[in-house]
Design a protein around this ligand. Sequence first.
Ligand SMILES: *Cc1c(COP(=O)(O)O)cnc(C)c1O
Length: 353
Amino acid sequence: MWRYRELIPVPKDAEIVTLYEGGTPLIRVANLGRPLRLTNLYVKFEGANPTGSFKDRGMTVAITIAKYLGVKAVVCASTGNTSSSMAAYARRAGLKPILVVPKNGIAKGKMGQGLLYGATVIEVEGGFDTAMKVIMELANDPNVYPLNSVNPWRIEGQKTVGYEIVDELGVPDWIVLPVGNAGNITSLWKGLKELKVLGLIRKLPKVLAVQAEGASPIVKAFHNGSYVPESKVETIASAIRIGSPVHWERALRVLNESRGYALSVSDLEILNAQKDLARLEGLGVEPASAASIAGVKKAVDLGVIRGDEVVVAIATGHALKDPDVMLNYEVDRVVVADAEAAIKTIKKLVMSD
Ligand SMILES: *Cc1c(COP(=O)(O)O)cnc(C)c1O
């Protein structure tokens, strides 16, 4: 992604801290699109980033700045992927990573990454929104550098997902993404608008924001005209389990400016989308990312997305992030006594269809 360096305003003499993030595949998903009568459906597979989510795009920039500023430690509140990414890039830069996460609120793969990188992990009761409060209070300490999506450098780096889509495909009719804190939707739009101002693109896409039914303050604000933060949030998609999104106001502006749309999907719809993407296309994404696929389906059903439109759904994170969800799927698991029995079973299975 650093090939877009001129569009990311880091100081000229800053030493870039990178793990070669970005450049993720944009995959045409014809099998998934067919039943929806969508002939131009693509998935931008952000799970292919170094720590398995799009957060790496922002983190490379923010840690570059942290190092440039000479801070000792970096902190963040996280539903998991920001912490995984921050821990990795902090280590790459020689900085100390401190993570504040909701107790029992982050997926196992993400927690495992924090431990692997040897980050200090502080677990707080009360969910992501409490963790966020901790970070806001620390913001004035000169020795620690907060790396939440309030950090403007992360927003700068995350613009590059839009640049890659446009480079490869031109401007699609729709870009669809799951929304939690709404940093990503803010970045995407900032980046695309800058391309338009520079005369590099002529039109802008419509943006479809997808939230989980149990954590959907932005969707409700879009439809009701007034924003009310939610104190109790619940969804299987832990990466978007956020009731008080930092960038709610900017998200609503994006939806308005892009003539986009917002909708929420149930956990069952999320899991079905995750399964379909895996079984029809071979792509493994985490539940929050599957929300964008579920959102495409719903938007087509509602007539918001038309069959002839070009649609890019951003799959924000890798399936391996959340092993518990994967292990809950029912499949035919056959237990046999020995190799001979296994061979017999396989032969019978192969012949059966
Ligand atoms: C962070 C994250 C989101 C939500 O992005 P926001 O910028 O908080 O709206 C969605 N999916 C995954 C996998 C994430 O890690």
